[in-house]
Design a protein around this ligand. Sequence first.
Ligand code: DC
Length: 235
Amino acid sequence: MKDPHIIIAIDGYSSTGKGTFAVEIARRLGILYLDSGALYRTVTLYGLRSGRIEWNGRIDERQLQEDILLGKIDISVMPKEDGSMRVFLGDDDVSAQIRELEVARNVSAIAALPFVRNFVDEQLHRLGAKGCVMDGRDIGTAVFPNADLKIFMTADARIRAQRRVRQMEEAGQHPDFETILKNVQERDYIDSHRAMNPLRQADDALVLDNSHMTVEEQMVWLDGILKERFNLSIL
Ligand code: DC
């Protein structure tokens, strides 16, 4: 069942459940899950802690680039039993901190810097070379263009907005559906139109529209592909 050398690239729009899908694959195949967004978040956390990102959001790009060149941003990951990953900055487990609002506020600007993208790409290659399932926006197009399997995830914007509303309600918030829908559509536009490595479906990616699919139905869909191409099963 286990094939540690397969590389699966998962890209797609926000709130399509890429992370949930990828973690479940990692757990079932016994391969490493790499969350590329978490690496951008870790660089952002480093920037905040070191003062390279100032309180007003200004980034000292020169210093941040020098820190990267000097090897000061030491990122490592460790798989968890449930298939997800823990991320470390030096010896510090920062898995929770990278989800904080201050990081979320600054990560888009950090992820837009070409030298940061190159650094994160290097890290992903180093960490994932022996086999992994990786999710992001540009994995199949830019990071691992030779991945063994590429999946591009999409779902109806209204359904993605509903999913987001449900998550927020579960967290005790009371979001307005139309506001969330607008935010989903804006993020789609920004992700697809940024200058460097925009979100784009690779020519050889398989499209998974999970608007009306449960996670288990997505596993059945993938199982058919894994059996046919790699003689592997995840059911
Ligand atoms: O998926 P996420 O919210 O954790 O991603 C955090 C940020 O990193 C978000 O602004 C998109 C960006 N990102 C990216 O530009 N390229 C990737 N491969 C993954 C994430």
